[in-house]
Design a binder for this molecule. Structure first.
Ligand code: ADP
Length: 303
């Protein structure tokens, strides 16, 4: 197991930032750690990188205990914090050389050349860090985090502040790195998870509220059916449709629209038609859509 988190709790004074958080991450997974601002993502990442100790609970990274073997944890992970700490006055290659000296690497020059190539920095290696765009600064941060070939990479909000083109580039790079590295990346953007991850762990107010593989999420999708009738129907009546969980009265300019939510993989359209027929309701339009990660996230993290 690459990462084991077992019942971790963390307080800042009297404020509980993490509340009995548990999850495991297997080798080779790319996992999105998703949650609104203040949910506890950075706190969890600081604990996994041993910059903070948990108040309760345990964890390991690459088999090393977070508290009793913190040095071994740190040397086996790559970490890109939210505020990418670069030295603006240094040149890219010089900076990577400086970082490499910390890790007693053998064949440093070869390793630096390789990582410069892998992170797409070839044409920027001779530039000053302060001259680089935000996207290229992130590439330097990633190159730095990957220098010592860690088995686990921890990225805190790696795409914050990037423009759409830079975003695409960094996402591709993270996917590529993920082919041979376990990655845990935090974000508050749902699309980010869909673009890069195999699995999503959702945290809200310090507690895990979902932990699923994206493929499963899509097939388990909660179903919503929007239906238009030719006159007003009491939502209480629609609530009687088999397996309906929620009925929303949608106010539209013209017409009588309702959104019916079902928690089933079975296609409920014919059930809605049958119900309308049995109750002498006339359907003018009916539209089914599967629930996406974005609406699931909103539901799980709303107050
Ligand atoms: P996220 O990364 O998901 O935005 P954080 O882990 O930064 O969330 O924060 C979790 C909670 O802990 C928030 O309520 C935040 O205000 C609080 N918090 C974070 N850092 C500190 C700190 N150094 N001192 C006090 N409270 C903090």
């Amino acid at each position: 197991m690459s990462i084991v988190v077992d019942q971790i709790t963390k307080y800042y004074g009297s404020q509980k930032a993490l509340d009995k958080v548990s999850f495991n991450i297997q080798e080779g997974e790319i996992v999105g750690f998703l949650g609104p601002n203040g949910a506890g993502k950075s706190t969890m990442m600081r604990i996994l990188t041993t910059y903070l100790n948990p108040d309760e609970g345990h964890g390991t990274v690459n088999g090393h205990d977070l508290i009793t073997a913190s040095k071994a944890v740190r040397s086996s992970i790559g970490y890109l914090p939210e505020q990418n700490p670069l030295y603006p006055e240094m040149y890219v290659r010089e900076y990577l050389q400086f970082s490499a000296s910390v890790y007693a690497l053998s064949d440093v020059q070869h390793r630096i050349d390789t990582i410069i190539g892998e992170t797409g920095l070839d044409s920027h290696a001779h530039k000053k860090i302060s001259e680089l765009s935000k996207g290229y600064k992130q590439r330097v941060g990633l190159a730095n985090a990957l220098l010592h070939q860690p088995k686990v990479l921890i990225l805190d909000e790696p795409t914050t502040g990037l423009d759409p083109n830079q975003l695409v580039g960094i996402r591709q790079l993270i996917r590529k790195v993920g082919q041979h590295t376990t990655i845990l990346l935090s974000t508050h953007i749902m699309q980010e998870v869909e673009a890069m991850c195999d699995r999503v762990i959702i945290i809200n107010k310090g507690k895990i509220v979902a932990d699923d593989y994206l493929a499963d999420l899509k097939s388990d999708a909660v179903q919503e059916i929007e239906v238009e009738f030719d006159y007003k129907v009491e939502p209480e009546l629609l609530q009687q449709i088999n397996k309906v969980r929620e009925v929303e009265d949608l106010i539209k300019q013209q017409g009588f629209y309702y959104r019916l939510k079902f928690e089933t993989t079975e296609d409920m359209r014919s059930a809605v038609f049958d119900f309308a027929h049995d109750n002498e309701l006339r359907i003018l339009a009916l539209n089914k859509r599967n629930k996406n990660l974005e609406s699931m996230f909103q539901e799980l993290t709303k107050d």
